[in-house]
Design a protein around this ligand. Structure first.
Ligand code: FAD
Length: 386
């Protein structure tokens, strides 16, 4: 896209979006929007104008005209066109198209820190260009092989690390050519000195967070079926529970449910997201999620647990399981009516959540073990923790 085409597309969008975030995105990376939840949100119209591949000024004007014709009200509720719609055709998800010994060389499009200054640690939103060669479905993961030699097997490459894909199959540029990851930089602190020991920092997460636009990256996959979004019933309930980067697959789901104009799939059910992070600055994709709340209050609920800022009812830190407990009656009723429940994030989240659910079940005079086996049997229970 030429700069003049970009400027034209953005120039009109700013009337309904946010000039600063648009300009920043446009000049940083022509095909991406800003994901920094600490900056103001831009409307889907802004995303559309920026992300549809405008190959000429004439194309840019076409989008420009579309924007002008919409009222602000229409803009906030309109959905983004996606392509190629053939990505809807397969009956089964793509699986392991590329393997560790035969990985795909993709290119980094952008790397953006998506947490504020007071967040403990760093999390980055990383857009990868696969040029349409590595299709995936929402809820799947990519494998990444970091460059260099495996210290445990001299001469051999590093082992694959898996990352949940944080975009829909159309990617953040809505053209089916990119995938996005949400990566937390693994940093090692010596338990005795409390100081960072860079020699023990995580290899792949640091490679990803330090990479630059244009860098090559070896990808495998896509993999995973457990977190696929069941779409048979467009009026289903989806209860999504995440800690930190565990929110990645849900970002993909929610964009599909609320942001994109997906042919033959019009969501009319309930999506309920519980997100646990340390503090406000650690919230991920908050602008996107807040917009769904505003635009689809009847179809979206969003509850946050900020462990370092909020207290639970016993005066302890507010974890995601405390939020679940707060709404346990509703959650149990929704599960009894067939809701899907998903868990994604650090392994350590599960014991606390399972204990809470067990306690609530017992208070209701139910057997949690029985309930859990029923949920598993009905394919309502989806867990991906790492
Ligand atoms: P590694 O190099 O593998 O090191 C692992 C840990 O060991 C690090 O914390 C490192 O600091 C520590 N370490 C290294 N050397 C030493 C030493 N000598 N002594 C003590 N400690 C040491 N992660 C995300 O950020 N986002 C995701 O969306 C995501 N999705 C995932 C999905 C799945 C299905 C799975 C299985 C995992 C997912 N992960 C995700 C985790 C991810 O795969 C990696 O495990 C993570 O990024 C750490 O990899 P690394 O190469 O950076 O760390």
């Amino acid at each position: 896209m030429s700069h003049s085409a970009v400027s034209q597309a953005a120039a009109v969008s700013v009337s309904v979006g946010n000039e600063r975030s648009l300009r920043r995105s446009v000049f940083k990376q022509s095909n991406s929007i800003s994901f920094n939840s600490k900056s103001s949100s831009s409307s889907w119209t802004s995303s559309l104008a920026l992300n549809q591949k405008t190959t000429s000024i004439r194309d840019a004007k076409r989008y420009t005209n579309t924007t002008v014709c919409m009222s602000v009200q229409q803009t906030s509720s309109s959905k983004v066109l996606v392509s190629p719609i053939e990505l809807e055709d397969p009956k089964e998800p793509p699986l392991n198209l590329y393997k560790p010994k035969d990985s795909y060389t993709a290119k980094i499009v952008s790397v953006e820190r998506v947490v504020g200054p007071k967040a403990p640690g760093e999390t980055c939103h990383i857009v990868i260009d696969h040029d349409g060669n590595l299709p995936y479905w929402e809820g799947q993961s990519y494998g990444v092989i970091p460059p260099g030699e495996n210290p445990k097997k001299p001469g051999a490459p590093h082992n694959v690390r898996l990352y949940s894909i944080a975009s829909t199959r159309y990617g953040d540029s809505f053209d089916g050519k990119t995938a996005s990851l949400c990566v937390r930089r693994a940093v090692y602190y010596d338990p005795e000195t409390g100081k960072e020991d860079p020699s023990k920092n995580g290899i792949c997460s640091n490679f990803l967070c330090d990479s630059k636009p244009g860098d090559k990256i070896q990808i495998t996959g896509p993999s995973g079926k457990v977190m696929l979004l069941p779409e048979k019933d467009p009026n289903a309930t989806h209860i999504m529970i995440a800690t930190g980067t565990g929110v990645a697959p849900y970002r993909g789901y929610l964009r599909r449910l609320f942001m994109e104009n997906v042919p033959n799939y019009k969501f009319g059910g309930l999506a309920w997201l519980f997100l646990g992070v340390a503090n406000t600055d650690s919230l991920l994709y908050d602008d996107e999620f807040s917009k769904y709340l505003k635009d689809h209050p009847e179809n979206f609920r969003f509850d946050k647990a900020l462990s370092r800022e909020e207290k639970n009812k016993k005066g302890g830190k507010m974890y995601v399981q405390d939020k679940i407990e707060e709404y346990s009656d509703e959650i149990f009723k929704l599960l009894d009516n067939g809701a899907h429940i998903y868990f994604c994030g650090l392994k350590g989240m599960m014991p606390g959540i399972q204990d809470t659910l067990k306690r609530v079940a017992e208070e209701r005079g139910e057997s949690w073990d029985l309930k859990l086996s029923q949920l598993r049997k009905n394919k309502q229970w989806h867990v991906e923790v790492y």
